[in-house]
Design a protein. Sequence first.
Length: 287
Amino acid sequence: MKKFRSSLIGLSAMIVASTSAAQAASIAGWTFENDAVAVNNSPAPSTGTGTAGSIGMNIYPTPNVGVTTDDVVVGKSSDTGTNTVADTTNTWRVRGQAGTNGAANGWSSAAPVGTQGAQFAASTVGYTTINISFDWYTTTQGEANLQLQYTTDGSTWHNTPITLSGSDAGLVVLSNSTSANTVTGSYVSDNLLVNGSPAGQDWFTGLTATINDPNAANNPNFAIEMVNASTGADDVSTAGTALNNSSGNWRFDNVSINGTAVPEPACISLLGMAGTALLARRRISKA
């Protein structure tokens, strides 16, 4: 019996070790510290494998149709607003600039909901329980309303709620079900601070989301996007005024797609065999 108990303890240790190994891990992450400070429309991940890019910066007149000119920039301590949070590391700025047509900025209130912003893609094959986190900055004339979406097939996008954490003073989580000019679902807004004063030029850190859709796990086509939640009359700047369609931008940092690694089949098989062997040994010892 003592030998059986010893073996059972050993098996339990194996199970605990296997469970501990199946902890949340980074699938892909972008800190932008590995990218040169320069124009960069597709920054490489700092960890893992994935792709990044912006959408909608070269489509709408702002005041002219421009050229996608995203870039990696070094944050400054002065890049902060009422909430006093700054990011002085490398960050990724999403915007358009003048092309052959003349002055342009990329961001436009004419863009339909969910058509301007940033996309990050990473295969979740081998992972379950997908979690997202990122830091977001918008200038005073930048769009105030952001939504997070994900796709499991590369073409259909689903709205998902964002949870505030970290340094998010001044950011508000909202839900829309009435206005046709704002996404039906959840989004965050940096329009006005809680005291009623204009917001703008604020860094918000540690925005998170958990993707509960089972189709998001073990999926080679998984991707997320942080995009405009509003259009037309609802598309306001963080100063609380109508988007001016000629200035303003978004920036991102510490974007991370995380998941829990699925235990290797060999490990599961080994534990099963060990358990079967122990039960057989117990039966023999009782005979």
